[in-house]
Design a protein around this ligand. Sequence first.
Ligand code: ZN
Length: 267
Amino acid sequence: MRLFDAHCHLQDDRLTPHLDGVISRARAAGVERFLCCGSSEADWGHVAKLAERVDGVVPAFGLHPWYLGDRTPGWKQALKDCVERHRGMIGEIGLDHALKDRGDADQESVFLEQLAVARERKLPASIHCRQAWGRMIEVLSDFGPHPPGLVFHAFSGTVELIAKLVELGGYFSFCGTLTYSGNSRAHKSAVAVPEDRLLVETDAPDLPPPEPDVPALGVVNGKAVNEPANLVCVVRKLAELRRCTEEHIADITWRNASNVLQPTRRA
Ligand SMILES: [Zn+2]
């Protein structure tokens, strides 16, 4: 089984001290590629270095809605330079209405500016959306379809959203939270996503499955630290929900991720 983790943060301080073990456990579990998403200007350099040094790491650069306050006045040029120099994708970007001081206008303008970079460079974008689906659909409908791909990471939307998001260029990535028995909304969506739009991810070091294949790399701020080797848990759950084999889920998600997230596709 060959797997592509379509969204993780290998540059995170919770993972970097253990990186050799993290990568070897991932490979032993069949995880050969990783979309490593930056979250703020401060971690883009680290993401770029990992992509250069670790086989299978595909870089993405973006300002996550949680870290907009840290951006510099030159962030947009820095993003373009990073993407160009390191042949990266765009992400993690998005809208988050569950944030305390959420500043919607700021979130939307930075999100749209980053989508514009994605459009200009014909790049896919990895998108975070929390409690903001209504507005997300409006913003993306105004932006228009984006054929290089809008990858909704840790997809938490309803079945009803899927067709509209597919029209706009949507791909749907499921993570460890899918394995929670009470997550019936995600279970239904995971069945409804068209086969050519399905992806799997861990969002490591966040969102560990409740019953991970490999034990957590400790607990930081009360949360277990997740790693890409646990991608297999997501594959297993998708196979159960979609009534097919794990090998089939591995094959289609590998093919989809390779189509949408490979830098070479820009050539
Ligand atoms: Zn993430």
